[in-house]
Design a protein around this ligand. Sequence first.
Ligand code: NAD
Ligand code: UDP
Ligand code: UDP
Length: 338
Amino acid sequence: DSSSGSSGFFSKRTFPGRVPAGIGRKSLRIVVTGGAGFVGCHLVDKLISRGDEVIVIDNFFTGRKENLVHLFGNPRFELIRHDVVEPILLEVDQIYHLACPASPVHYKYNPTNVMGTLNMLGLAKRVGARFLLTSTSEVYGDPLEHPQKETYWGNVNPIGERSCYDEGKRTAETLTMDYHRGADVEVRIARIFNTYGPRMCLDDGRVVSNFVAQVIRNQPMTVYGDGKQARSFQYVSDLVDGLVALMEGEHVGPFNLGNPGEFTMLELAEVVKETIDSSATIEFKPNTADDPHKRKPDISKAKELLNWEPRISLREGLPLMVNDFRNRILNGDEGKGL
Ligand code: NAD
Ligand code: UDP
Ligand code: UDP
């Protein structure tokens, strides 16, 4: 548990039916929107295992019940099928707001970033809960500064194909700060860089899941463009530790949460090949519009103020997702949403 132990300020409200979390710490009631998704389900596991009550709100747009099925029957766990674009009334201490169609294949279809964030901020305001937004490194767009610090304002195309995601998250950050300044809501903002791990959606088109699934299926890895564009890849447990440290800490942020280790897509393909199958091949495909050339977090702020840094390198983390992917592919459980 990376919490600072400073949960005293949650004592403003008490809710009936609370169960003790352990010696010296009252259990919290926590909402995780998007909790049936990739990052959300790992976060929920951590919160449940430290003794808190968790309510997941998810419309299963890209998330899956399978990600949470091991918690069904746990009295401290509830799952609500609900679209956060619609208002909802709950009594809670903390809100981790993850709900978002997070991949280019999905995110065009949904106003979640604006309406969903507004509703969750309205909820936080009404019940005095602390609200954490999972924003993204995409707010930096195709960055002209490298690596990116939180002070960088970004280079985003407002009218491009990716804009509803980038600009949606930028708007979500704006709403979050407006509720903080205007309505005194306690808020936290994380800017998450590319993250991978077990239970990741198999078919949402992100590069690590694509390469790993392709090699397991004996297909060539699809490298977009010349493959020289670079990203930094973070293992999911490092991210979850960072999110909890941010929520429990004293600082609003925004904070970059990512692993500064940088890889081109060709280098990533090489690591996947070494990890899974030395005979794996690659195939070049045209790149998508407005693809950022490179992205790498400067995490000095999170190191200093949250005492957090990632611990798992790409070479250590990749093998940890391969078994999960292999099982799901072999069982025909392709992980589609809905
Ligand atoms: P995911 O697609 O696996 O999870 C998103 C979840 O939100 C899904 O369970 C989906 O069903 C749910 N959802 C979507 N729209 C909803 C709505 N309107 N109402 C209720 N639920 C809804 O994605 P993820 O990788 O787990 O991402 C979680 C959060 O982290 C997102 O906010 C994403 O923008 C952010 N993020 C992730 C990464 C990454 O690399 N995984 C990077 C940057 C930011
Ligand atoms: N909201 C919600 N649950 C709550 C409180 C508010 O879903 O417990 C929604 C509410 O329906 C509104 C949004 O959050 O659409 C913003 O609420 P706020 O009170 O800030 O704005 P107002 O309703 O005053 O415009
Ligand atoms: N990419 C790739 N092959 C794929 C999927 C993605 O080469 O099968 C590239 C994509 O062009 C981008 C990088 O991988 O340069 C990361 O893409 P992803 O969608 O995973 O995350 P992004 O950083 O764009 O949010």
